[in-house]
Structure formats: C-alpha cells, structure tokens
Design a protein around this ligand. Structure first.
Ligand SMILES: Cc1cc2nc3c(=O)[nH]c(=O)nc-3n(C[C@H](O)[C@H](O)[C@H](O)COP(=O)(O)O)c2cc1C
Ligand SMILES: C=C(O[C@@H]1CC(C(=O)O)=C[C@@H](OP(=O)(O)O)[C@H]1O)C(=O)O
Length: 390
C-alpha cells in the first residue's frame, strides 16, 4: 500500500489518496471518524481544536460500504478555513485584496520549520512553509491509519497507542493484560495514560508548563497483538519492518526518537539480560519467555506483541518569548504568538498508532497478497497452520 497527502493547515481541506487496499474490505466513514475524534481529544491542546470537528468524506474507492480495490480518496475539512479564505485562497489576488492580506510572516519560530523551509524554498513569507509543516496534516495520516487498522482487525491484529511519559512524569511498566483493556483505560484518560494516578500528575505537569508560557513533550508507546510471525524480512535493508516503522514514527511532527521494545536500554544491559529465551509447546508452537525486543528479530515480526515507542519534543511555539531574528529587518526580536498547543503528546499517541498500523498492514499485504480479502484470508489460514506445525 502507499499513500500521498495534500493540504494546508488553514486551507479548505486535507486529502489522502490510498492505493493498494484489497477489494471487499468493509469500510465506512464512521470507521475513520472514530480515530479522527480520538486524535482531537487530549489534554493540553490549544484553541484550534475547539474550532475543528474532524469528519471524513470518502469520495473514491468505496461502494456500498465495501472497498472496490481502486484508490481510496479521503477528505477532512478545515472549519477554520472560513477565517483564512483571503489569505489562503488559490486564485491570484487583485491589488485591493493584496493590500488587505499583505501581512507576511517574517519572524521564524525556533524549533519549527519556518526559517529552514523559507531559506530552502526561497519564501519571503513563511506562511508558505508553516501551512504545510503544521501537524494539521496528521489528520489524514490518522485517516489512512484507520483504513490500515480495519485490515488488521479482520485478521485478529489489535493495536493501541498510549502515553508513557509527559516531561519527567512517567508511568511504570505495562500494567494492562489486553489491548481491549488498554484501549478502555486510555480512552477514559484525558492524557491517554492507562494509570489514573499518573494521569493526574501528567495533567498538573501540562498545566504548569502552560502557566509558565512553556510547552512540554513526552513519550508514547504503541502495542500491537496478534501479529503473525514473519512480517518484514531479514534479506534486505528496506524490507526490515522495524526500520520501516522507525521511519513512519520519526516522520511525525516533533518526534525525535524511536525505540523498538526496550530500545536504547538494551545498549546498557548485558546480552543475557536482553535476549528473549525461546520456548515451545504443542498448542502454541514456538514463543518467547519475555518480550524485551518488542516483537522483532532480524527485521521480522516474531509472533510476540509489537512494542514501539516514540519521543516527542516540546511544542516549538511558546507564549514565553524565545529569541529569534526577523528575516526582513534582521532585527533580533522575542516571539509573541496568538495560539498554540502546550502539549500534543496525547494526540500524538493516536498519530503514532496510525503510523505503526500503516506499516504493519502494508507488510501484511506484501506477505499475503493484496487483491481481495477472500484470497488473503485463505492464504493467512494456510500460513497459520504451517506455523503451528513448524
Ligand atoms: C498533534 C500535534 C500537534 C502539534 N501542535 C503544534 C502547535 O500547536 N504549535 C507548534 O508550534 N507545533 C506543534 N506541533 C509540532 C510541530 O508541528 C513540529 O514541531 C514542526 O512541524 C517542526 O517539525 P520537527 O519538530 O519535526 O522538526 C504539533 C505536533 C503534533 C504531532
Ligand atoms: C490543527 C492542528 O494542529 C495544529 C498544529 C500546529 C503545528 O504548528 O504543527 C499548530 C496549531 O495550529 P494553529 O496555528 O492553527 O493553531 C495546531 O492547532 C491539528 O492537530 O489538527
């Protein structure tokens, strides 16, 4: 599967075109809206989320609730567009209109794409950069991830993203027994953390950052269960699925690190403390005693739950001024802003879930075929039987 997104943060809408989805997959707008709604929730977001009510419109690739195998086109409207039509319109402006909307953005925010994007594309108005570098685009990445999750669910693969850390506040270990429980607990929490006591501390840390005009980051974790052995491959660098997942996660706005399983911690431990011992039983076949390696060996899934973590830096737009330099006057200034999120880690957990789901579903279809659900199902059943008898 592949997808392409288009659209600006304050333009009319965001679009994603998805190619390679098998025919006969049940798919409705509600299946996608569910995840768009989850992405919009979450403690620490700014005023923009009060303006938007993200709903998808399917315009291609689905008939009467089922995919046809043709490219799928999904659109999400920006309600904020009505305030930006003049500034963001595609038509050339008359002289009169131009004088009305001529205020250019010339003051780059440290940590955002503004200055580097302006230099690279030679824009004197940095709106041309920030409109596309905005994480508003993650709306349609979540829509694509929702389609991926529909495919995975058909084959018993369940996935959930949650918040592990906000700043220095962290929840210890994985205190849940199933993805269903994890989902229920994180959906009940405003910060998407499964531990209610830690959730409250996280909210206080977000409040404190906001009161100080600051922003705060954190770490999210995505867990997927029911993933069959052998997605991805050890034979070539660009077929290693852990590497592909790492790219998907790192491409989320403000993500600065990715771990699979215990990740960086593995470098500080000895081999005997890291590698998961192999066990066998007639009913379950081969398995592992532990899952420190997060379900991957040799770039392939090994049948254990897939565990991926992503680190998000604090939001760059701050109410507390940081020093920057105006690109026209070259004068030093301290940035003042109109609105921003102070923490988007809970929302980013949903985006990260979508990124991991997308890579897992793509690798799944590469292994089992991608024309029609019926053929894939036969292939999967046959494979499961062979794995059991290996
Ligand atoms: C869900 C989400 C919401 C975000 N909201 C904001 C925001 O309100 N203000 C801001 O400056 N950055 C926000 N960001 C982060 C910027 O989009 C990101 O820092 C920017 O695109 C620069 O890219 P980089 O940080 O990956 O280098 C958000 C990121 C995510 C994932
Ligand atoms: C719109 C979303 O996030 C936006 C991401 C973002 C940024 O710079 O990345 C900046 C903010 O937008 P605005 O400047 O319009 O307030 C966030 O609200 C969204 O997540 O749907």
């Amino acid at each position: 599967m592949r997808f392409l997104t288009a659209g600006e943060s304050h333009g009319p809408e965001l679009t994603v075109i998805i190619e390679g989805v098998p025919s006969q997959l049940p798919l409705t707008e509600e299946d996608i809206n569910l995840h768009l709604h989850r992405r919009q929730k979450g403690y620490g977001r700014g005023r923009r989320m009060q303006i938007e009510t993200d709903r998808v419109r399917i315009t291609a690739g689905v008939r009467h609730g089922k995919t046809t195998g043709a490219p799928i086109a999904l659109h999400v409207e920006n309600k904020d567009w009505k305030h930006w039509e003049k500034i963001m319109g595609a038509q050339p402006l008359t002289e009169e209109e131009e004088s009305e909307v001529k205020r250019k953005i010339t003051r780059p925010r440290p940590g955002h794409a503004d200055l580097t994007g302006a230099i690279k594309y030679r824009h004197r108005d940095m709106r041309n950069v920030l409109e596309r570098s905005s994480a508003r685009e993650t709306t349609v990445r979540v829509a694509a991830g929702a389609v991926a999750q529909k495919i995975l669910k058909e084959f018993g693969i369940d996935i959930c993203g949650h918040v592990l850390e906000i700043g220095v506040i962290r929840s210890e270990g994985t205190a849940f027994s199933s993805i269903a429980e994890l989902k229920a607990r994180t959906e009940a929490s405003e910060v998407r953390c499964f531990d209610p006591e830690v959730s409250e501390k996280m909210k206080l840390a977000i409040d404190e950052a906001k009161e100080n005009g600051d922003s705060i980051g954190g770490i999210v974790e995505v867990v997927a269960t029911g993933v069959p052995v052998g997605l991805g491959s050890h034979v070539h660098y660009d077929r290693k699925l852990d590497a592909r997942i790492a790219q998907g996660v790192m491409s989320i706005n403000a993500f600065k690190g990715v771990e699979i399983g215990i990740g960086f911690e593995a470098a500080r431990l000895l081999g005997s403390q890291v590698h998961d011992e192999i066990i066998y039983s007639e009913e379950a076949g081969f398995s592992r005693k532990t899952n420190r390696l997060g379900g991957f060996e040799g770039g392939m899934t090994n049948g254990m739950p897939v565990v991926v973590r992503g680190a998000m830096k604090p939001i760059p737009t701050l109410y507390k001024p940081l020093q920057s330099v105006d690109i026209e006057t070259k004068e030093v200034f301290s940035a003042s802003i109109e609105r921003s999120d102070s923490c988007a880690v809970p929302a980013a957990a949903v985006v990260c879930e979508a990124a991991v789901a997308w890579e897992l579903a793509s690798a799944f279809l590469e292994k089992f075929g991608s024309d029609t659900m019926e053929d894939i199902r036969q292939h999967v059943e046959n494979y499961h039987e062979k794995v059991r008898r290996f």
